[in-house]
Design a protein around this ligand. Sequence first.
Ligand code: SF4
Length: 288
Amino acid sequence: MATLAEFKTKEKSWWCPGCGDFAVLASLQKALVDLNLEPENVALIAGIGCSGKIGNYINSYGFHVVHGRTLPVAMGTKLANRNLTVIAAGGDGDGYAIGMGHFMHAMRRNIDMTYIVMDNHIYGLTKGQVSPTSDKGFKPKGTAVPNHERNVMPLEIALASNCSFVAQGFSSNVKQLSELIAKGIQHKGFSLINAISPCVTFNRVNTYDFYKENLVNLEELPDYDPTNRMQAVETVVKYKSLVTGLVYQDPNSVPFEEGIPNFKDVPIAHQDLTITQEQFDSLMEEFR
Ligand code: SF4
């Protein structure tokens, strides 16, 4: 059984002191230990941005991909080796701007994997420009005029895109965030965990204090039923997405890969894909 120490690397953290991403990292490591997973059975596919550094700090298989492409690589990884626990992780800029097309299709495709988005409402790595989740009127240092675009609403998009598991956590509540990640990993299908992860250096509006004052914990709403999709939509809209907890889980979710003919065959990663020189030449011929 792996310990927390075995999921850590020796790399020195690059994040600013107080960055919300530290708590997301700790929550993920705790969830992996709580689920009795071993580092060699986990693959973490990380995106570009401050949050993408998370892959450097977790001891597992890993792939630091180009901007916005965590999900196609993660989906391919899972389909090639279905024995792996596959986790994609990145920021709101990576996932909800350049990666938005992949995001929506990955959700409806429902491959058995987990996507953690560290949402800080800003581009931190490039020193503070508005991101897709920035509120209208937000004016960070790195943008000349206040944001006059309306913001992307990840939870609403996920519910509308038929995502089978939607949750939101907050860096200040590692216990809840870690439990949500563990639940997402155990879920059969695609799970989204939008992790509110404040950028203490460039975002002076969406701060820890702001969220502590405004977040509503769904676990404390007496009649909230996370299997009721309509109630999930109404609640997320009512509280303007300022909620934490399990928003929605489809209890009847069937992962994409279980619908593939010969699903039970040996995954590609375990097949002998050696080809002869003749087969290779013929393949090359097709592209001449
Ligand atoms: Fe975190 Fe912001 Fe620093 Fe990036 S710039 S490491 S998001 S606090």
